[in-house]
Each structure stands twice: as structure tokens, then as C-alpha cells.
Ligand binder design. Structure first.
Ligand code: NAP
Length: 290
């Protein structure tokens, strides 16, 4: 081999090594409708590590998110500062932070945005509880127009809020809806997700494990061997892959303070997803265990 050819090949190999992410595996992403923003399919919910104010433990779970190419973190209250500080220490430059603000006091909310958004000056997502939409949606829109947030959204976790969510989606001002949906809480697929699809609204799903209750149903049960047909390795992934295989879902929020659980959850964003026939089989199987 000519020297020049050798240098060309080894140089290219060097660059390829540098460009390679820490993990060879990167989870799938979906586009936020109407934008070019890519949202990785597994996000982090408001971890107990954030709630406890434990920055080191928060860094442990957020680092797992980074390693799998995840980006979105959902947080509220003082947890926001803990998650943002952990992300800052990890130099997590392209983190997407979604948070709630005290909209009764817009001036304080503006200071909070400045504290959380850092140099960019803009949040990724400002969320408003669905029961506060009537009062605060105008303020949310004003924040977006002022460039303090890229997206505005509403979030809740029971069917009591579905009518309000549907009405808000029809105003054309909502960017991101966060709602509960899983095999054991399937109602949103009938009532809410069709409107989100029609209106082109990104959907984040909360309560994938019904705040842990799901594991009470599957504990001690053997994962069916046919779960391997859609690259499912665990009961956590069984729920997450079911949710992600709904065509309207953009991203699932998973809450954990355990880095091993975080890896388990993130791995649901790799590989195949169940098709419609398999989804029916999954749900029947899960219901048979209840
Ligand atoms: N805006 C709203 O109204 C609203 C309401 C509900 C939820 N949310 C958002 O949605 C997120 C998720 O919903 P959720 O709070 O109902 O929590 P969830 O993700 O459904 O369940 C969390 C529970 O599951 C456990 N867990 C997580 N991954 C696991 C795994 N791989 N194996 C075994 N156990 C596992 C966690 O324990 P460990 O910590 O021990 O892993 C925790 O007890 C929240 O954090 C929040 O960001 C928003």
C-alpha cells in the first residue's frame, strides 16, 4: 500500500472512532410535527433523585439518557433546578428541558426561565397543568411569542382532563400534549390521540408504569418468549414498546432514580416495535395477569 493511501485510510478510521458515541446504540427519534425538532422516543420523568435534591444521583440517571442519545427531561418545582444543574455539570449541551412555572406570577416565572435556560435564554417546553389552562394559556402564549420557550404544552394524567385537552388542541396553539396511556390505562387512544393526530400535535406519554403499579401486576411472571419478536428484553420494555408502537406517540416519559432501570427503559427505544396484531396479543396477555 502506498504511504499516502495508508495515511488516508488510517486518518479516516481515526475520525470514525472520534465521531462514535460512547454507546454504539442510539434510541430512535421522532419529529415534532410541523418542525424539524427531533425528539428521542424515551424521555426522563421527574426522578426522585431530582426531588431529593441529590445532584450526584440525578447525574447518574441523566448520564444514562445521554449515553443512549436521549435528550428530553420532564421536571417540576425545585426538581427543575436539580435536573438543570445535573445536566450542566454533565455538559449536556443539547438537553431538551420541559418544566412547569408559577404562572400566577409571570415575573417570577421569567426569572425561573432565565435560571433554567442558561445561555440560550429559552426553554424547550413550558408546560401548564390542564386544570390551569383557562387561567394561564394566554400567559403561556405570551412567553412563547417573547421567545422564552420554543414550545408550549399541557399535561395531566387522568381522563378527567381529556375534554379540556381536546378543546385546547382544537385552538391550534398547543404544541405538545402530555397524557397518560398504557395497556392498563388505554382510554386516551380512543378519546385524545385521534385529535392530536388530526391537529399535528406532539404527544408525550406519562405513567407508562402507572407510577410503579404495573410492576405489581407482572412481578414474578415470566416474560413471554414471543416478546423477543419485537426485541423486548424486560417487563418495563413490554409496556414502553406497546406505548411507542402507537403511531401518534412521540415520546414516553419514564421516572426512575435507579440507573439500571434507566438503561432498561432506554433500551426500549432500540430495535423493533410490535405491529397491530402483536399489540392485541400483548394487551390480552397483560390483562390475563391482572
Ligand atoms: N403533569 C402531570 O400531571 C403528570 C402526572 C404523572 C406523571 N407525569 C410525568 O410522567 C413521568 C412518569 O410517570 P409516573 O410518575 O407515573 O411514573 P412511571 O414512570 O409510570 O413509574 C415510576 C415507577 O416505576 C419504577 N420503575 C421505573 N423504571 C423501572 C424499571 N425499568 N424496572 C422496575 N421499576 C421501574 C420507578 O421506581 P425506581 O425509581 O425504583 O426505578 C417508580 O416507582 C413523571 O415522572 C412526570 O414527569 C406528569
Amino acid at each position: 500500500m502506498q504511504r499516502r493511501e495508508f495515511l488516508r485510510l488510517t486518518g479516516a478510521a481515526c475520525l470514525a472512532t472520534l465521531a462514535k458515541p460512547a454507546f454504539a446504540e442510539t434510541i430512535a427519534s421522532r419529529t415534532i410535527p410541523g418542525t424539524s425538532e427531533q425528539l428521542p422516543v424515551i424521555g426522563l420523568g421527574n426522578s426522585n433523585a431530582f426531588r431529593r435534591g441529590d445532584v450526584e444521583a440525578s447525574m447518574e440517571v441523566i448520564e444514562r439518557l445521554m449515553q443512549f442519545g436521549g435528550r428530553y427531561i420532564d421536571c417540576i418545582g425545585d426538581s427543575r433546578y436539580v435536573a438543570a444543574e445535573a445536566a450542566r455539570r454533565l455538559e449536556f449541551g443539547d438537553v431538551l428541558l420541559g418544566a412547569y412555572f408559577d404562572l400566577e406570577k409571570p415575573e417570577i416565572a421569567k426569572l425561573d426561565v432565565a435560571r433554567l435556560a442558561g445561555d440560550s435564554g429559552s426553554m424547550t417546553l413550558m408546560n401548564c397543568f390542564t386544570d390551569q389552562v383557562d387561567e394561564h394559556w394566554g400567559v403561556m402564549q405570551g412567553f412563547k411569542e417573547a421567545g422564552l420557550t420554543k414550545f408550549i404544552g399541557t399535561a395531566r394524567h387522568t381522563s378527567d382532563y381529556y375534554d379540556t385537552m381536546i378543546n385546547l388542541m382544537k385552538t391550534g396553539t398547543l404544541d405538545v400534549l402530555q397524557v397518560n396511556y398504557s395497556m392498563l390505562e388505554p382510554e386516551a387512544a380512543e378519546r385524545v390521540l385521534p385529535t392530536a393526530l388530526d391537529q399535528g400535535i406532539a404527544v408525550m406519554i406519562n405513567r407508562p408504569f402507572i407510577n410503579g403499579r404495573y410492576f405489581g401486576v407482572v412481578r414474578g411472571k415470566t416474560l413471554p418468549e414471543w416478546a423477543g419478536e419485537f426485541d423486548c428484553e424486560s417487563w418495563a420494555q413490554f409496556s414502553l414498546k406497546y406505548i411507542l408502537s402507537h403511531p401518534t406517540v412521540s415520546c414516553v416519559l419514564t421516572e426512575t432514580e435507579n440507573p439500571i432501570h434507566a438503561i432498561d427503559n432506554l433500551r426500549a427505544g432500540l430495535g423493533r416495535l410490535p405491529d397491530e396484531k402483536m399489540r392485541r396479543r400483548m394487551r390480552e396477555h397483560l390483562l390475563s395477569l391482572t
